[in-house]
Design a protein. Sequence first.
Length: 230
Amino acid sequence: MGVFAGTTAAACVTSSLALTPTTPFSSNKRTTITTSSSKCRIRATHHQNLTAFPSTSHLFYAKSLRTTKPRIFLPHLIASLVDQTYIMVKPDGVQRGVVGDIISRFEKKGFKLTGLKLYQCSKDLAEEHYKDLKLKSFFPKLIDYITSGPVVCMAWEGVGVVASARKLIGATDPLQAEPGTIRGDLAVQTGRNIVHGSDSPENGKREIALWFKEGELCEWTPVLTPWLRE
Ligand code: IDP
Ligand code: MG
């Protein structure tokens, strides 16, 4: 019984430690642990030490526990810094089976996916999307390439997402793209560079509006948000 209770208490302490990265549980002298049969109850005078965040976290800062001046948290200012970008896996990326890899890189980075679809685009849509390149000699071939098979259309959201996505994608010419970037890792030629990313926040908005219909985008709050931004 004693061994069992001790083991249970240790397990509870261990799990509390795992949730307390900045404030070690063992350093809180006013914390008491009581065990009864197979159940373990932990009572702490400073409950914040049992949470996943330090006690002064602006996210989980209980009014009754305030001892110091709270930090200023202005979510509307963060919201005004949030950009959207249009990312598209081109037909060669779909054919080569790297869609999952490409999506995964943006997910792992910490951006928020707000729109996703497999889509066979028309010539008109491809020409509108690339209208700035209309006078380039490669334009007809580019339109043939983009309309040669389905593409994967994505809308991603986040602070600095436009510039960061361009870095994740790498240079237009895959042979110039740094290893570690999508084009640097997965492609060898400009005419088959497997992915598109908007080049400015304005174009991000324009391209998302061009490729997605109303109702195809989702507003949601990832549960990982507090683990990505303080
Ligand atoms: P980006 O995709 O890196 O933004 P842009 O200059 O906007 O590059 O060109 C759009 C796309 O047009 C490129 O991703 C590529 O697919 C194609 N492209 C650009 N330059 C050439 C070229 O010299 N030959 C063939 N295709 C090109
Ligand atoms: Mg471009």
